[in-house]
Design a protein around this ligand. Structure first.
Ligand code: DON
Length: 308
């Protein structure tokens, strides 16, 4: 089947589920989104691009930004040092769980894609880049996605900062346990994390991110944007931890490394060279776009993308 027909078929199938998801409201600004907004972009191994629906609609990357945050950490420190502070184990609890942190080995976040792990990752960046931490993350996001005007939403950032009680609780526990250094300015670090989650993207941006990872770090022009090794690490952690406590089900159903965000986006990166971005803000109980997962399930079948 050609990629345009496959994407249109996945879009038709996904649209049948727009009444199933629930739009995130724990960040008040996100609650303004409409759950019948659906878009998708697919880039094939030859970098041909097709889109359907609201592919230009901008939404906040939310946890998808954790890919870029972790990439910056991997590019700043040796992986063996990073592993002392953040694990790579799939999570069995919700993405903002406090009990999981209490129960984990040495109180280290189990992986970089749950909130505690991404906050520790941002704190490691803050040790190196201080007040320029967010600029570092934004610059890298611009380079990897290939869009120099990529920026954050001030309204979403403020909304997130004003309602981040759970993230602050996790942060202070991590400080208490010595996982976050007391030498950094914790509020500045959290602001860098919130701004990163508020980066505005569309499905084309996500498909480009997925395509770069799928091509072992190379963009459409063949330029090496990130290392082969880091692209492999990111795809691996996406496959095992990218959809939180749904990752096992997702592996069975879709079988493509992917990362979701509560803004409603999902980026997927197939081993055969496809980059995919899907969007619909209604979420399942794990925080993954309900329609997005359905569209990826369909695409995986139609284009034979399941890696297992
Ligand atoms: O910190 C938060 O809660 C959000 N900025 C990001 C969480 C998120 O996207 C979880 N994903 N599905």
């Amino acid at each position: 089947m050609d990629i345009k027909s496959a994407l249109e078929e996945a879009y038709r199938y996904g649209r049948g589920y727009t009444d199933q998801g629930k739009v995130a409201d724990y960040i008040p600004e996100l609650a303004k989104q409409h759950r019948d907004t659906v878009g998708a972009t697919l880039i094939n191994p030859d970098f041909e691009t097709v889109s359907v629906g609201e592919d230009h609609y901008k939404f906040s990357a939310q946890s998808i930004a954790k890919i870029i945050i972790y990439l910056c950490v991997l590019e700043t420190y040796d992986i063996s040092y990073v592993r002392q502070f953040i694990g790579v184990t799939p999570s069995s609890k919700p993405f903002n769980s406090i009990i999981e942190l209490e129960l984990s080995h040495k109180n280290i976040p189990v992986n970089p894609f749950i909130n505690a792990g991404a906050i520790v990752a941002t704190s490691l960046l803050a040790q190196e880049y201080n007040e320029n931490t967010f600029e570092k993350i934004r610059e890298r996001a611009r380079e990897v996605i290939g869009r120099s005007d990529l920026d954050y939403s001030h309204a979403i950032y403020q909304s997130e900062s004003g309602s981040a009680f759970a993230n602050r609780a996790l942060t202070y526990m991590l400080l208490n346990d010595g996982i976050i250094s007391p030498k950094i300015n914790v509020e500045d670090m959290l602001n860098a994390y919130f701004k990163s989650c508020s980066l505005l993207v569309n499905t084309l941006d996500l498909a480009k991110l997925g395509a770069v990872l799928a091509h072992d770090g190379k963009d459409a022009e063949g330029k090496q944007i990130l290392s082969v090794e880091n692209a492999s690490i990111l795809r691996t952690v996406m496959a095992t931890c990218g959809t939180y406590d749904y990752a096992g089900e997702f592996a069975l159903l879709v079988g493509i490394p992917a990362k979701s965000g509560v803004g409603g986006g999902i980026v997927a990166s197939s081993r055969s060279g496809y980059g995919i971005g899907v969007f619909c803000p209604g979420l399942d109980k794990h925080g993954n776009s309900y329609v997005g997962v359905r569209m990826l399930e369909r695409l995986s079948k139609l284009l034979n993308l399941h890696i297992y």
